[in-house]
Structure formats: C-alpha cells, structure tokens
Design a protein around this ligand. Structure first.
Ligand SMILES: Cc1ncc(C[n+]2csc(CCOP(=O)(O)OP(=O)(O)O)c2C)c(N)n1
Ligand SMILES: [Mg+2]
Length: 593
C-alpha cells in the first residue's frame, strides 16, 4: 500500500503504561492499522477513547476539529490522499448527523473511511435516551446509501475483530465509508486477561484484496481495440496507486490511446501528457464532449460513470451506450448496474493496470491522428475564452482569472495538493490548471465528486497536517463559510494552507440557472459577506484582499513564504459567472426566449 510522506510522524513506539480499558484497545487497534492521524470532535460518550489517544500520543495524533462536518471532510481527504481509511470520531446524535456530509462524500467518491460514533450506554438504549438515534437506519447500506457497513461493538474483547473488518470493508471492492457505533459502557469495560494471562490484542494490519481481470476478458478487450477506429479511455474512480497510474500510462502509450480523466479525478492521468484529452466533468470542453460522442469504443477504467462524468447520461447513454463500452471497475455490484457494458471487467485498479500494460499492441494503430486531435482540443481549451462584454480588471473587481491560474501553475510545487469544494469558482481550476498525474508519486487533487460545498477548506488543512506538502484551496464566498471555522483547527495544529477565496457576493452557481430560468428575479442567492480579511486574521491566518489580477503573484509568493496560512480574497467581478460567459449574457438570452 502506498502512503504520503507524514509531516509529523510520531517517533516512540511504546506507551508509558499498558492499555487497561476497551477505549485504549480501540486506539491500539487503530495504531496497528497504521493510522497516524484521527480527526474528530469529542463527546462525553467516548472519553475512554480520548484516554487511549493520550496513552498512544507518541504514535497517533487526535486532530481536534470545530465542527464534525469539517472533521469528517478531513478524514475523507486523508483517505483520498493515502488510500487507507481516514478515521473520524464523533459523538452520538448531533455529532453523527453533522458528520454525515463527509460519509456521503466518501461513499460517492469511493474513498475509504471509518467513522466511529460514541453512543448511549446499552442500559439506556431504545428509550430515545439523550441524543440517541438509530445509526443503522440513518447510515444503513444500500445502493444509494451513505455507508458500506454499519456495526455496533458490544463487547470489548471483539474490538480487534470489528476494527479489522471495518478497515477491510472500507478498502475492499469499491472503497467507501464504514460506521462503527461504540456504546459508552462498552468503551469503559476493563480489559480482561484470558486463561493464559494475555490481554486482547489487535489483529494485524489489513491490506485491500485484489480482484484480478479475467484473461479471457482481456483477450476480448484486445479484439475490440483492434476493431476500433476512435477509441477513448476515461480514467478515474477510487483505488488508484502511483504504480497503477504508471501502468495505466504505459498501456495507453503502447496503444496510443487518448485519455480523459473522470469528473474530479483530474489527477489520475498526467495532464501534461501528449495523449491527455481533458477532464470529463462539469463545464466540459464542448470539443471533448463531441469526441466522446463520436468515439466508437469507450474504455472506462475505474470510474463509476456517474451523472457528472457522462454529461447527465447523454455523452454515454444509459442504460445502453451507442458506443461500444468496456467498463473496468473494482466492484462487481457496480458493473452492469447503470450501464449494460459490452464488456465488463471486474478488477482492482492495481491489477487491471498491470494486466493492461502487458496487452500486446500492434506496431501501428489507425487512430494516431484521432489521439493527437483529442490532445489538440484539450490544448485549445486552455486558451481563455474571449468574454467580450468584460473590460480589463475594473474597479468592481478582478476579471482575469485565467492569468491567476497561470500564476498558480508557475509557482506551486509539482506535488502541491489542490483542494476545492463545490461552486462555479472551482471551474477556473478545473479548466485551466494542469494537474500532475498520480504516476509521479502523489495525489494532487482533493475535490468532492458528490459536489459537497465546504470541502475545500478542511481538505486543504488535512493535506497540510498529514503530508506537510503545500496545500492550496480555492473557495467561493459561500463555500468558504461552510467550514471556515476549521482555520482554528489549522492554527491549533500548526498547519498552513493557502486559500484563494473568490468573493462575488452570491451563490453564483445557483444564480446562474436562476437567471436563465427566472431572469432578473433574484431570490435566495445574494450574500452579504463578512470582512474576510479580518476574519482570517482573527483565526491567526494572514488575510489580504486583491482586486486586480496583476496583484496576485506577489500575494501568492508572500503566502508561500510565510509560516502561517493565508486567505487571499479576490474581489471578483460578479458578471464573471463562468469560464465562458457573463450573467448579463445569460439574462439577455433568457429574455429573448
Ligand atoms: C452542502 C451543499 N449545500 C448546497 C449546495 C448547492 N450549491 C452548489 S454550488 C452553490 C453555491 C456556491 O457558492 P459560492 O461558494 O459563493 O461559489 P460561486 O458559485 O459563487 O462561485 C450551492 C448553494 C451544495 N452543492 N452543497
Ligand atoms: Mg460566490
């Protein structure tokens, strides 16, 4: 299993006293699974676990958050970064409900995660005791659910079994979240030695199980490729490692295939590669959308082929694509669920990529020009659209966002982690930033495929805490305030992130279709914002505000150089609603209808 470089890897291995409570054993089991950081908000329901964190403080850090939504997002981001389950602790009812957004994100994004919930004592159960709720009903597994599995640990002696199962379940097949419920009285049980005088011991670290591609199916894939004229690879989904991404690259190079990255898996395949075709997501390059429609063979390696990656199931029609469809996925349940594929291959990404890279390619393929044209479309889309209605940077706010992204590209280190939540502000990054592929050794994008607002700020902080790499977040004014309180978490833990906050005074993503459907009838989308610079400073971040794109470079360099985090507020011209047009343009075409 691969892992990130741990910035503050604890050193000593032995606790100063031995574990004596169930809560201690639980933390000991997490340490055995290789967990170095757990995120959470405390509750009186799991004080014995907190005591376990104290006992094992040299080996595992409990990162205390300010809201469980932020904590769950940080754990999810940690899972995305490392490929191992991110761990989050919350208390019952209110804590668990707050954390649910991170569980949903881990589910839709196929990220391994374990949420542990301190619960009411067993002798109070089923009376609607204080903050009691039914976690199986709330998080209960289903095809459209929140968690892969929900279990309760009733006996201290079985903690090692439940933790090992939770880690295996979170990583096996399609990765996802597991919820473990911890009754308060179970956590305070004294550990009892067995007849041989031995205390319960953690089970060994679990590794995800590989699913190998069927050799017959690979032969069929080769035949489909040899019959194709315009093949197209879509890569993405969970479960990738740098080695698997390298093997994917060799496969696509051997066969000269164009590759698009699925929605918010933009770092699966290197964006600088001459066969890269662009990201298959929201605000897709129209030329790329046409390529996908025109292709005669789609090989989806890893992604679920969700609504955002398929242009609302139009680029690839559900349930039966007009193109020949090969779907390679790590979960048997996902295959032939939404799409009836012409060829479905059940394999983990590591195994699939290793099988694909040894699939013998012919010396010449007929689609060389097609692949080059796909890349040319991508390159052309990097050239900013001319938005005629806008003057140069004006007194109302900055307009040259493409130059801001170009400055980022120039100065961020190659392994910087870029994070974002949900909103039109992210489209600048999605369209213009060129992510380094996972093949170079690092995951560089943390972004929610479930479109959860408020993800970017905690994800950036989690990346800083756990990797020590440069963490850069782009946020909207709406998005930032959903989890801005986690700046306090960053400061408390000595973590630094750089946040570019695009302030357009509105929930622009909603205002855009509002203007299209109900022109000039603004309701519920305008925002009166706080002083973001003062707010950042109050938390202990540096705060600056700019109105001209020319001022961004100096502020970015200053932010990279300073020891603490920085919020760079960009006062954005509200007309600049997307990378391709203005609000006024939308109003005019709506009124003409
Ligand atoms: C948790 C959550 N709540 C609501 C939404 C719906 N939503 C998507 S984008 C958006 C507005 C984003 O506003 P802002 O962050 O200011 O970015 P902008 O669109 O202005 O660029 C809203 C309300 C969501 N995706 N997630
Ligand atoms: Mg906004």
């Amino acid at each position: 299993m691969w892992c990130c470089t741990m910035a503050r890897m604890p050193t000593s291995t032995k606790p100063e006293t031995s574990p004596s409570l169930a809560g201690h054993l639980l933390v000991q089991c997490l340490v055995e699974q290789g967990v170095t950081h757990a995120f959470g908000v405390p509750g009186e329901s799991y004080l014995a676990v907190l005591d376990g964190f104290h006992l094992y403080r040299e080996r595992i850090q409990f990162v205390v958050n300010r809201q469980e939504g932020g904590a769950a997002f940080m754990a999810e981001a940690h899972g995305k970064l490392t490929g191992r389950p991110g761990v989050c602790f919350v208390t019952r009812g209110p804590g668990a409900t707050n954390a649910s957004i991170g569980v949903h994100t881990a589910f839709q994004d196929s990220t391994p995660m374990v949420l542990l919930v301190g619960d009411v004592a067993s002798d109070q159960r089923d009376r609607e005791a204080f903050q009691e709720m039914d976690y199986r009903v709330m998080f209960g597994p289903s095809a459209l659910g929140l968690a892969k599995r929900v279990e309760r640990i009733d006996e201290a002696v079985r903690i090692p079994e439940y933790i090992a199962r939770a880690f295996a379940t979170a990583m096996n097949g399609r990765p996802g979240p597991v919820v473990l419920v911890l009754p308060e009285d179970m956590l305070t049980q004294k550990l009892v030695a067995d007849a041989a005088g031995k205390l319960p011991q953690p089970l060994a670290r679990v590794e995800p199980v590989e699913a190998w591609s069927d050799p017959g199916a690979l032969r069929s894939l080769r035949e489909l490729l040899l019959k194709s004229e315009r093949p197209f690879v879509i890569a993405g989904g969970g479960g990738w490692t740098p080695q698997a991404a390298q093997a994917l690259q060799r496969f696509t190079e051997n066969w000269r295939l164009p590759v698009g990255n699925a929605f918010r898996f933009q770092d699966t395949f290197d964006n600088h590669h001459p066969q890269y075709a662009g990201d298959v997501g929201i605000g897709i390059n129209p030329a790329l959308a046409k390529r996908i429609k025109d292709s005669d063979l789609i090989i989806a390696i890893g992604p679920r082929l969700g609504e955002m990656t398929t242009g609302g199931y139009t680029l690839i029609q559900a349930p039966k694509a007009t193109q020949t469809l090969v779907h390679i996925h790590v979960s048997a349940e996902e295959l032939n669920r939404v799409y009836q594929a012409d060829l479905a291959i059940h394999a983990s990404m590591r195994a699939a990529a290793r099988s694909l890279e040894v699939l013998t390619a012919p010396v010449h393929v007929p689609w060389e020009a097609w692949t080059q044209a796909c890349n040319a479309d991508y390159q052309a889309n990097l050239v900013p659209s001319v938005i005629k209605e806008l003057p140069a940077d004006n007194e109302r706010g900055l307009v040259d966002m493409p130059s801001v992204i170009a400055t980022l590209q120039k100065h961020l280190p190659q392994d910087a982690v870029l994070t974002n939540g949900a909103g039109n502000f992210a489209s600048w990054l999605h369209r213009f930033y060129r992510y380094t592929g996972l093949a170079s050794g690092h995951k560089t994008q943390l972004a929610p495929t479930n479109g959860a607002m408020g993800y970017g700020v905690p994800a950036g902080i989690a990346a800083a805490i756990t990797t020590g790499r440069v963490a850069f977040t782009i946020a909207g004014d709406g998005d930032f305030l959903m989890n801005g309180q986690e700046l306090a978490t960053a400061v408390q833990h000595g973590a630094k992130s750089i946040i570019l906050l695009l302030n357009n005074g509105m929930y622009g993503t909603i205002r855009m279709p509002q203007e299209r459907e109900y022109p000039q009838r603004v309701a519920g989308t305008a925002l009166a914002n706080p002083d973001f610079v003062a707010l950042a400073r109050a938390y202990g971040y540096a705060g600056v505000s700019i109105r001209r794109s020319a001022d961004f470079e100096a502020e970015l360099l200053a932010a990279l150089a300073r020891p603490q985090g920085t919020v760079i507020e960009v006062v954005l011209e509200p007309e600049l609603i997307s990378t391709r047009g203005t609000l006024a343009g939308i109003t005019q075409s709506a009124l003409r209808r």
